[in-house]
Design a protein around this ligand. Structure first.
Ligand SMILES: [Zn+2]
Length: 343
């Protein structure tokens, strides 16, 4: 089959066309003919190499797949051959303490398609049947592929971890990212007032279109100072943080007393620093979150399929132009998801 991947870690130039055998569906798996595969920042980090990540080369990236079921393993009852599906990229053991509790991302064997094993920059991918949800007949593959990773991440962070409530003020950093566009919509859907930050007026305009109420251009004023002014020196109830080192302390300063800071990433670096005295005096809550359980995935995809939440697609590229697509993501030019299409 045709695919795009890399034989060794490194820069964009390592991403090359591959001609590799198609995977086969194991007993509990289905073989999906990929129609669309969305990019994630994780794709860039996997290509560049992550500490402790040992891959079999050539490696095929790609976490977010939508496509048609082309074959099913002998133990699979559904979905059937021909079904149009989107796939939860997570894998877990199913039997440990955390899996039994339904807390799949806490499973010691939790893995992500495209990171730890072959992903969707390819014509075919084999996935557990239980990870598939069927698309409504009129739902586009590109929109479906844009949703799984970022929507389950934003859903778990805001709904399960931070437990946002109607009327609360929620600050979403970096309005253009995939997680942020999902989070803006989820917080709006939950009845919150949504504050969004960006350095780009164009991205703030787009953020407003998808539900952001209060726009903060951090080139004009530090965002935590803007929050302080805009909330009458109260701060926001919840901050969703994925930027990391560059913003973490500012995020703690944007919080109201007893506020919740939920963090799902560390794009600018892992070594966050902040004033513990301020944090305990104001009794703030710091909560980590990552990915989602199968329930989180199914709950949020239901709202996506009902068009209550609308994946934002920045641009599509044919599979063969995966390198151009990754370059656009690396430059941070996008608003929403960049999606590869496979003929
Ligand atoms: Zn487990």
């Amino acid at each position: 089959m045709r695919a795009v991947g890399f034989h060794e870690h490194g820069g964009l130039d390592k991403l090359v066309p591959l001609d590799v055998p198609s995977p086969k569906a194991a007993a509990h798996e289905v073989l999906v003919r990929v129609k669309a595969c969305a990019l994630n920042h994780l794709d860039l980090w996997v290509r560049e190499g992550l500490p402790g990540l040992k891959l079999t080369f050539p490696h095929i990236p790609g976490c977010d797949v939508a496509g048609e079921v082309a074959a099913v393993g002998p133990d699979v009852r559904e979905p059937a051959v021909g079904a149009r599906v989107a796939v939860n990229p997570g894998r877990w053991c199913g039997t440990c303490e955390w899996c039994v509790r339904g807390e799949h991302p806490l499973c010691p064997e939790y893995r992500i398609m495209g990171e730890h094993f072959p992903g969707g920059y390819a014509e075919y991918v084999a996935v557990p049947a239980a990870n598939c949800v069927e698309l409504p007949t009129d739902f586009e593959f590109v929109d479906a592929a844009a949703a799984p990773l970022v929507y389950q991440t934003a859903w778990r962070a805001l709904i399960k971890r931070a437990r946002i409530r109607p009327g609360e003020d929620v600050l979403i950093l970096g309005a253009g990212s995939g997680v942020s566009t999902a989070a803006i919509q989820i917080a709006k859907y939950a009845g919150c007032t949504v504050f969004a930050t960006s350095s780009s007026e164009e991205k703030l305009r787009r953020a407003k279109e998808i539900g952001a109420d209060v726009l903060i251009n951090y080139r004009e004023m530090e965002f935590e100072k803007a929050v302080w002014e805009l909330t009458g020196k109260r701060g926001v109830d919840v901050v969703l943080e994925h930027v990391g080192e560059a913003t973490f302390e500012k995020s703690t300063r944007a919080l109201a007393k007893s506020g919740r800071l939920v963090f799902v990433g560390a794009t600018t670096g892992p070594a966050a620093k902040f004033d513990l005295r301020r944090a305990f005096w104001r009794q703030v809550n710091l909560m980590g979150s990552t990915m989602g359980s199968q329930t989180d995935f199914e709950d949020v995809m239901k709202l996506v399929f009902r068009r209550k939440l609308r994946p934002v697609v920045d641009r599509t590229f044919p599979l063969e132009q995966a390198r151009d697509a990754q370059e656009r993501l690396a430059k941070g030019e996008q608003f929403g998801k960049i999606v590869l299409t496979v003929d």
